[in-house]
Design a binder for this molecule. Structure first.
Ligand SMILES: C[S@@+](CC[C@H](N)C(=O)[O-])C[C@H]1O[C@@H](n2cnc3c(N)ncnc32)[C@H](O)[C@@H]1O
Length: 281
């Protein structure tokens, strides 16, 4: 999906959220000496290195950073090598789950900005539940369907011009992340966790803002995140970029020729536990 260089240049918003919420996750989790920790969907590796590793090092533990993308993983390995981090390229949902991952069990798991990329969320939660030690926690941030990028994709996929090229778009917009009112959304995601055997400690839908000094950065991100890009000619890519600009500036309520933009977005932040024994959730 993303190439690591573009991701590193355009993902300040993700790093900003990690800087604020990973320390909160750490506080809500239980820790013991020598803990094994998983950074699921580690991407370019910066979040694991800057925000998870210091806690792991304090306890003389170990961080296992997994990503399905070999390009992301190679970048992470090269940019953030550390004796306490094992980088593994693997699809956590693969049915040969033993391959590469061994029978790893983790004290705590982090998933920053990953769940919304997963269509079969129940399968994923079941797998993460299996990888967590009883009493361990899973901390996550994910985007909901209300986010501008997903809304833009859905708008474009309906337009005659893009329909054929965006065929299969529904596979990248995870429909389980949609909801109507905030309170219904929090209830829906809480129920999803509980039905996966996880006890919810915190789960909130939060409205956020991020100021892009340069609107071109977010246009780069939207383009690079589009998995259908290879179906488009170079002039079409430019046309798509301009349509994205129109949609994005409309969402932000600023003129089309704006150089900067305040992006409104929302995240779901949560920490859930795998209960020690069978207890009522
Ligand atoms: C949006 S990036 C977030 C990266 C990182 N956690 C961060 O906060 O910067 C999501 C990452 O999840 C990875 N991913 C998606 N599905 C996965 C799967 N089934 N198994 C392993 N990694 C996966 C993607 O390759 C991508 O690098």
């Amino acid at each position: 999906m993303f190439d690591p260089e573009t991701w590193a240049k355009t993902s300040d918003v993700v790093a900003q959220d990690a800087a604020e919420f990973v320390p909160k996750m750490i506080q809500e989790m239980r820790w013991t000496q020598g803990d094994r920790v998983l950074d699921f969907g580690c991407g370019a590796g910066n979040v694991g290195f800057h925000w998870i590793l210091p806690q792991v090092e304090k306890l003389d533990g170990n961080l296992c950073s997994i990503d399905i993308s070999s390009r992301m993983l190679e970048y992470a390995k090269k940019t953030y090598p550390h004796p306490k981090i094992d980088y593994i390229c693997a699809d956590i949902l693969a049915d040969d789950e033993g391959k590469g991952l061994g029978d790893f069990q983790f004290n705590n798991i982090f998933a920053n900005y990953v769940f919304h990329q997963i269509r079969d969320i129940r399968k994923l939660l079941q797998r993460l539940h299996g990888m967590l030690k009883p009493g361990g926690s899973l901390g996550f941030i994910f985007l909901t369907n209300k986010n501008w990028y997903f809304q833009a994709l859905q708008k474009l996929a309906k337009r005659d011009k893009w329909k054929a090229y965006f065929e299969g778009f529904e596979h990248i917009v995870a429909d389980w992340t949609s909801y109507e009112e905030k309170v219904d959304g929090e209830n829906k995601f809480t129920k999803l966790m509980q039905e996966s055997g996880l006890k919810v400690k915190t789960l909130q839908i939060l409205n956020r803002n991020f100021f892009y000094e340069d609107i071109e950065v977010v246009l780069d991100l939207w383009l690079s995140a589009n998995i259908f890009l290879h179906r488009l000619t170079e002039p079409m890519k430019m046309e798509l970029r301009e349509e994205n600009r129109k949609i994005m500036t409309e969402f932000a309520g600023v003129p089309l020729n704006s150089k900067s933009l305040m992006k409104e977005y929302e995240i779901v932040y949560g920490v859930v536990d795998k209960p020690q024994a069978n207890i009522n959730l």
